[in-house]
Design a protein around this ligand. Structure first.
Ligand code: C5P
Length: 228
């Protein structure tokens, strides 16, 4: 799954809502303005695989469950995720090389599903310089294990690209623009800075979910991305 030129296929909306109706309503308001929906812990725990496969009819799905357990358990969970037909799944790089290797082996059974690793959470209070070093080290470990990319903040994307090559994917949450509150995020950047900084995919939650018009907010993000 190489990224394509269309900005909407580089924008992932985090469907951090708590039930099926809210998820389907949000999907309908966004329509085809965005290419990806991200299903995280809250929604998956509440609604499970049935909702994922419904959402998958209209959008690519990033199943953001951030697995972190012993290698065998993670490998099995990745295999189950592959069976859902999702296009992206992630694990915590902090789980170590053996866990990453095991996860990558399972992911290889599903050519349409990319496996990426979380480096340092964008909510982590780690100073930016330290986060860059740790994120880079974890990105290298993920690449060595055969993963397709990482979740990192915009501030780490460029050095990860420089070290791991342009094909190694960077997925960046912590996106804010136009004076929005940062809430629990620490290392935030706007959509244009994210694209210019080497981000392949932007993950946006609350700035779109809580907007009066989510579709309008998504279009705004896309326009900023295109301006980079
Ligand atoms: O609402 P907001 O735009 O902050 O949402 C960011 C989304 O990205 C959330 O779903 C969060 O779980 C996810 N995420 C993150 N930082 C990471 C990995 C995932 O914020 N490192």
């Amino acid at each position: 799954m190489m990224r394509d030129g269309l900005m909407k296929n580089r924008l992932m909306v985090a469907l951090d809502v708590n039930n099926r109706d809210a998820a389907l309503n949000m999907r309908d308001s966004l329509g085809d303005s965005v290419g990806w929906l991200k299903v995280g812990l809250r929604l998956f725990v509440a609604e499970g695989p049935a909702l994922v496969s419904d959402l998958n009819q209209s959008h690519r799905i990033f199943l953001d469950l951030k697995f972190h357990d012993i290698p065998n358990t993670v490998a099995q969970a990745v295999e189950s995720a592959g069976g859902l037909g999702v296009n992206m799944i992630n694990v915590h790089a902090g789980g170590g090389a053996d866990m990453l290797n095991a996860a990558a082996k399972s992911a290889a059974l599903f050519p349409d599903m990319k496996l990426i690793a979380v480096t340092v959470l964008t909510s982590d209070a780690m100073p930016k310089d330290q986060a860059r070093v740790v994120a880079l080290e974890r990105a290298r470990m993920a690449q060595d294990a055969g993963l397709s990319g990482v979740v990192c903040s915009v501030f780490e994307a460029a050095s990860i690209k420089a070290a791991c090559g342009t094909d190694f994917m960077t997925v960046t949450p912590g996106i804010r623009w136009g004076g929005q509150g940062v809430q629990d995020q620490k290392r935030v950047a706007d959509p244009a800075t994210a694209i210019a900084g080497g981000s392949d995919y932007l993950v946006v939650g609350r700035p779109i979910l809580q907007a009066e018009s989510p579709r309008q907010a998504a279009l705004e993000a896309l326009a900023l991305m295109a301006s980079a």
